[in-house]
Design a binder for this molecule. Structure first.
Ligand code: SF4
Length: 217
């Protein structure tokens, strides 16, 4: 079974110290910084752990919403059926909307555009919205999120998988430990919160995925 590896914290620890003249280039899921590109035309709430990045002049945020790029806003909700984002890219799984429309091809195009943007901007890190069929990078829904017995699975969305395959490092807005390390690279005065945990160390994650985690040992 393909399990997306969790954040490479050493990579973040070794990021260069950015300057105003040469800011660190970070690709973000647009909704994480308040762009109203969610399925309902909103931004899914506020994400202070990411929004704080807007306060630094040594950070260059490149925002992109892959679903808005292809499907527009507002739009239907979609999920991956039969696998994860990598499975979609390799033809083993599909992206279907809540009404059953097949968005697989459009989502693959969206992932190609996101990769193009990452490459053109030579981004050094991506921070993505988890659980999305496009931007998910740790956990996604396993099929229809509106099903009576909705399920989650470890894995990336289609755009997350495309970036990961191309070698880009990705963290989720819920990878609080990694974000703390990132802030300590950006801001010499930042005091690391030692209690911060990445998503794979959250109680919910460890409990929900205990079987997969045990099998993967
Ligand atoms: S999670 Fe990704 S695709 Fe969904 S609204 Fe945010 S940026 Fe767009």
């Amino acid at each position: 079974m393909y399990i997306a590896r969790m954040t490479d914290k050493n990579y973040i620890r070794n990021l260069r110290i950015p300057t105003k003249e040469n800011p660190i280039r970070i690709l973000v899921s647009a909704c994480l910084i308040g762009i109203k590109c969610g399925v309902d035309g909103d931004s899914y709430g506020e994400y202070p752990s990411v929004l704080m990045l807007l306060n630094y002049d040594n950070v260059k945020l490149i925002q992109f919403c892959p679903e808005d790029f292809v499907f527009g806003t507002p739009r239907e909700m979609c999920d991956i059926h039969g696998g994860n984002g990598l499975d979609v890219l390799e033809g083993r799984a599909k992206v279907l909307t809540e009404s059953g429309t097949d968005w697989t091809e459009g989502m693959i195009k969206a992932s190609e555009k996101m990769l193009e943007i990452a490459q053109e901007n030579e981004v050094e890190l991506a921070i993505m919205m988890d659980v999305s069929a496009a931007c998910g990078n740790r956990v996604i829904y396993d099929g229809n999120r509106f099903a009576e017995n909705k399920k989650y699975r470890i894995g990336m969305g289609v755009c997350g998988a495309r970036l990961h395959k191309a070698g880009f490092n990705i963290i989720s807005w819920r990878d609080y430990e990694s974000l703390e390390i990132l802030y300590s690279r950006i801001d010499p005065d930042h005091k690391i919160d030692k209690s911060a945990k990445d998503f794979d160390r959250h109680e919910w994650y460890i409990d929900y995925f205990k079987d997969e985690i045990d099998n993967d040992k």
